[in-house]
Design a protein around this ligand. Structure first.
Ligand code: 13P
Length: 250
């Protein structure tokens, strides 16, 4: 299956002045990890994060980007700006941005294509609400999100994309999907990618679970055959907890 990738999503936490030391802490704590270790930080922390991670096993990601190259987009940040800083990964389509910042399946697709064209690795988030899960339409909803996110992306580029399955009801709530619930959807996403592309491509795509993943529940989730990593919010803010999760990814 896909390469194991454990990525922290700091969201709107930590200060630029705390970033260098904290990344050094993560580097130390996650030494020997057998997975790719990524910290996605707020824009203003990126340059300190990249500096601290340079020459180490830790890579740095952004939490968003704009899909245009440049121009009159006040407050936005382009792929070229991220690449210029030394950023390698970028999150898009997070449910928080879909809810509060007008992120749509269309902008996710534009951002994914832009990121890939600039050599950034997109972490494409998808996930259902509690109402959708209770209505039994989880996989239909996720199929729409995934098909739209991958539209116009060829198999060679698709292999580079990371999909993060994050049930909205599990984010920041302490309510994790059970190992079997998470595996069921991640397996469904893999089957869908096999339909869109082919089996070999689908197997190479890293599929993460995200939503209250922590030091206690990570091993069970990561042992599932279709869960190739995690996108970690709260637990990525404490290096020791994050390190237990990276240690469980093998
Ligand atoms: P929590 O791990 O805090 O639930 O956040 C998950 C998430 O949204 C990661 O992108």
């Amino acid at each position: 299956m896909g390469k194991y990738v454990i990525a922290g999503n700091w969201k709107m936490n930590k200060l630029p002045s705390e970033t260098y030391d904290y990344i050094k802490e993560v580097v130390e704590a996650t030494k020997g990890a057998e997975c790719e270790v990524v910290c996605c930080t707020p824009y203003v922390c990126l340059s300190e994060a990249v500096k601290a991670a340079e020459g180490t096993h830790v890579s740095i990601g952004a939490e968003n980007l704009h899909f245009e190259d440049k121009g009159a987009f006040t407050g936005e940040v382009s792929a070229d700006m991220l690449v210029d800083l030394g950023v390698k990964y970028v999150i898009m389509g997070h449910s928080e941005r879909r809810e509060y910042n007008n992120e749509t399946d269309e902008t996710v697709n534009l951002k994914a294509k832009k990121a890939l064209s600039k050599g950034l690795i997109p972490i494409v988030c998808c996930g259902e609400s509690l109402e959708q899960r209770e209505a039994g339409i989880t996989m239909d909803w996720i199929a729409i999100q995934i098909k739209k996110a991958f539209a116009g992306i060829d198999a060679a580029d698709a292999k580079k994309v990371i999909v993060a399955y994050e049930p909205i009801w599990a984010i920041g709530t302490g309510k994790t999907a059970t190992d079997d619930q998470a595996e069921e959807v991640c397996a469904g996403i893999r089957a869908l990618l096999a339909d869109l592309y082919d089996d070999a491509t689908a197997k190479e795509i890293t599929i993460q679970y995200g939503g209250s993943m922590n030091a206690k529940n990570a091993a069970g989730l990561l042992a599932k055959p279709n869960i190739d990593g995690g996108l970690i919010g709260g637990a990525s803010l404490v290096a020791a907890d994050f390190a237990v999760i990276t240690g469980a990814a093998k």
